[in-house]
Design a protein around this ligand. Structure first.
Ligand code: CTP
Length: 403
């Protein structure tokens, strides 16, 4: 899946011959799963039609401050458009538009959107080779780059003038892969290995029965997915759940019992940077698994249970410089119990869920957490969707580790 998937991209088209390539750009961005809105400078409509771009983007195309088909009837809100965008791409960017961007000139909708933007702005210059080399153009490149805008350099090749040199807009494929690379390189968990445990474990009593719990795995799976979106390579050790995950950056290792989870977690712990153990591991397992289905001959059946190995605590003993996160599900003296677990298991962070909180718990899509760090810093959050909770946990870790 591309990092552009689900992103809101505002494509600014200005009046250069390369504007015809913006149709290919829109198609590529849509194929990557992005939502695309196009803002055209008025003259660019002479190079490519709004109909083409609106058909390909599946959105209306904007080019003036007022509604296109009924002047003065409705304002096209440049601020709204700018805030909608996760990124703005101006391609082609003509010398004229770049000089206006650099000087704060605001005589069309695209420039107003540009000035209102808070998101990253990429621009792909396109012009003839001597224009490209002109000191004035170079000056505006520098100003825009100093603003923090990201230049996608023009390619070398045959130009519309018939001359050869640098000036033609980078190809739509190159533009898109360069943006993807920029986004990937800037992800906060890039090159980090995350190990996550999730779900329940099943402890076999006989071939058909087991001791288990109500964990759905939703929290751990949400952490895995959000971590992957933040650039991490994730190993997800999962107990039996009915969830599916399909992400190139997530390797799923399916286990059933606490013992299998123990072994798998230790196998992958060596190479991880951060381990988050959210699984609801069974604390006890039958002393032995009956070979055949137990028949109900007796009035009372006694099953002898042995304590399972505490995976989290065992990692705490060998963690060295890895960042180790545990979960605590408590029903009373929540904070005190969680703090004790944090210390006893040698954790960097513990995520406390209280069963007393509405909206927190095993099967729900929401959770309410309190984070307690090693240095006793406590942060409480409201009830949120598990994806949002996952993001809160990961952002907290990123802040502690990398900011
Ligand atoms: N955990 C684990 N291995 C176990 C039991 C628990 O790795 N055998 C981990 C869980 O994944 C969780 C944390 O330990 O991150 C806390 O689990 P919890 O059951 O709440 O705490 P326990 O330490 O088992 O203590 P108690 O059940 O007595 O509250």
């Amino acid at each position: 899946m591309s990092v552009l998937s689900g992103k809101n991209i505002l494509l600014g088209v200005t009046a250069g011959i390369a504007a015809y390539k913006s149709a290919f750009l829109v198609r590529l961005l849509i194929k990557k799963g992005a939502n695309v809105k196009v803002v055209m400078t008025p003259t660019s409509k002479e190079f490519v039609t709004p109909l083409t771009l609106s058909t390909l983007s599946k959105n209306k195309v904007y080019s003036s401050f007022t509604k296109e088909d009924n002047e003065n009837a409705q304002w096209n809100n440049h601020v709204e458009l700018a805030l909608w965008a996760n990124l703005i791409l101006i391609a082609p960017a003509t010398a004229n538009t770049m000089s206006k961007m650099a000087n704060g000139t605001c005589d069309n909708l695209l420039l107003a959107v540009y000035l209102s933007a808070k998101c990253p702005v990429y621009y792909a210059p396109a012009m003839d080779l001597d224009m490209y080399k002109h000191p004035s153009t170079l000056k505006y490149f520098k100003i825009l780059n100093d603003f923090g805008d990201i230049q996608i350099p023009a390619a070398i090749g045959e130009l519309a003038s018939g001359l050869e040199g640098q000036g033609r807009m980078a190809s739509p494929e190159d533009i898109v892969s360069l943006i993807e690379k920029y986004i990937l390189d800037a992800l906060p968990l890039k090159d980090k290995e995350l190990l996550i445990t999730a779900g329940p474990t099943y402890e076999a009593i006989d071939p058909v029965r087991f001791i288990g719990n109500h964990s759905s795995g939703k929290m751990g799976y949400a952490i895995a997915e959000v971590a992957a979106n933040l650039g991490a390579q994730v190993t997800l050790i999962s107990g039996p759940v009915s969830l599916d995950i399909n992400n190139e950056a997530i390797r799923v290792i399916n286990v059933v019992s606490a013992d299998e989870m123990f072994k798998a977690t230790h196998r992958y712990f060596k190479n991880c940077d951060i381990a988050i153990l959210s699984a609801a591991v069974a604390d006890f397992t039958p002393n032995e698994e009956a070979l055949h289905k137990i028949k109900k001959k007796e009035e009372i059946l006694t099953i002898k249970l042995n304590k399972t190995k505490d995976i989290l605590a065992s990692l705490g003993e060998i963690k060295s410089n890895k960042y180790l996160v545990g979960f605590a599900l408590e029903t009373q003296n929540e904070l005190e119990n969680a703090k004790t677990k944090l210390k006893k298991k040698n954790l960097d962070l513990i995520v406390l869920n209280s069963l007393n909180d509405k909206g927190a718990g095993f099967k729900s899509d929401t959770n309410k957490i309190t984070l307690i760090s090693k240095d006793n810093k406590i942060v409480s959050f409201n009830v949120k969707l598990k994806k949002e909770v996952a993001n809160d946990i990961l952002q907290h870790i990123i802040k502690e580790l990398y900011v």
